[in-house]
Design a protein around this ligand. Sequence first.
Ligand SMILES: [Zn+2]
Length: 235
Amino acid sequence: MTVTIYADDRFEQDTVQVRECPHCGAHAQMLPVSTPRFETLQQTRAGKVPVGYLCSACGEPRFARAHVRSIDSNRIELAEGIVEIERPREHFAFSYLPEDVRVYFDEALQCYAADIFNAFAAMCRLTVAASMDALDDRQQTLWRSAFDEIVHIGQIDDATAATMERLLFSGDAVAPLIDAGQAAVLLEIVKDILYQVHVRAARFRAAMKVRRFFAEEQSGKLTTLRRPRGAGLGS
Ligand SMILES: [Zn+2]
């Protein structure tokens, strides 16, 4: 995808851009609506420029930055590969988390979406600590066993696993610094284990409650059939 800006400030994009919208979540077309003025770009010779879009699904503004590929006397070409400034949020069943875990993890995901990876890691530490605090001793062991399991099934290399383990469980005041790749691993680990220890258990309990309710209601109906005529409805 290339954006070309002409001397009269008209601009065109040569291919359609479809990405997940950070506002509505739809995989929607990004409609280009604004670029910097041609004259300004010629004067400043900026290397990176903002481009404004609208989401075709919800109409919210979406902003991106693009590298300037070439500046000629009558046209300026932007390079392929725009970078969206607002990213889509990671999805998670937050309603199943205890309140403090929910707040910490929500802020962790905001840091991740903003590429602030060590702040993300720090919020993950707090998320894990709050999660452990909400669980009993037996449930707390789930965190460690689930961590070991995900390291195994995810084929996470020893060095990364050691960094993740120190980051999440050591309790050291100073956590190891992480990069984008390690943050991606950390995100998947914490999401998976939070799901196992909070979401899956809560959904299972809710499902059992519903099934018991219908089972008891069904047995109640069977009892109703045995009642004398006129003693059922409205009584
Ligand atoms: Zn949208």
